[in-house]
Ligand binder design. Structure first.
Ligand code: CO
Length: 218
């Protein structure tokens, strides 16, 4: 059997293990101490909160290596203030790792956002997507005017990211951290999976100025 046919005969699962071996070998070729250094500890400056979609991997999209980005992903990059998983990641990243940037990264063509725009039931996930329906409700006056469905979905992707940035800013975790280090920034990005490029939505926050009185905590 030649090498190519052998490759095809391998299962996806086997290819993962082989991919891992290749990754390790190529990293060691560049830097024989790469993994020794990684094992010594992490001090990433960035927390990435992105969609679980397989097409939006934090490291590959940003040209970063293991150790550089702390990552949390869920369906449609939603930041809910009762989600212990997200809050734990945020608290650890902000208060222990002392990251300087938190990036909420959505992406065009997000299945979660598109599902939230419709009325079809998908099961348990419908409860999660309700948070995005709430974003739609907040911005219905703008979204309802967009007649093209794809354009409307793209805009909801952007508005969802913006609302999640604000949701992070509303947490005690971020507001307390700002009291000591105003250089902590929360950013909103959208990845265009059709081009690979990131669009910075320019909604970066490093204070409570835009949140409104009711969300500003002493
Ligand atoms: Co998505």
């Amino acid at each position: 059997m030649n090498a190519e046919i052998e490759e095809i005969a391998k299962t996806t699962y086997e290819l993962l293990l082989e991919g891992n071996r290749r990754f390790v070998e190529s990293e060691l070729e560049n830097d024989p101490d790469f993994f020794k250094k990684l094992a010594a500890g992490q001090s990433p400056e960035v927390l990435w909160i992105g969609c679980a979609d397989s097409r939006v991997p934090a490291n590959e999209l940003t040209g970063t290596k293991p150790g550089e980005v702390f990552v949390h992903r869920n369906i449609a990059n939603v930041c809910v203030h009762t989600d212990m998983n997200m809050l734990s990641v945020l608290d650890y990243a902000v208060n222990v790792l002392k990251v300087k940037h938190v990036i909420v990264a959505g992406h065009y063509g997000c299945g979660g956002v598109m599902a939230a725009m419709g009325s079809k039931q998908y099961g348990i996930i419908d409860n999660w997507l309700r948070h995005i329906k709430d974003v739609y409700r907040l911005h219905a006056h703008e979204l309802d005017l967009i007649t093209d469905e794809k354009a409307r979905a793209n805009r909801l992707v952007e508005l969802n990211v913006i609302e999640q940035v604000y949701n992070l800013c509303k947490t005690t975790i971020v507001q307390n951290a700002w009291k000591e280090r105003p250089d902590l920034e929360i950013h909103g990005w959208v990845v265009d999976i059709g081009t690979g490029y990131v669009k910075d939505l320019k909604v970066s926050c490093s204070g409570t100025a835009n949140l409104g009185k009711v969300f500003t905590l002493d």
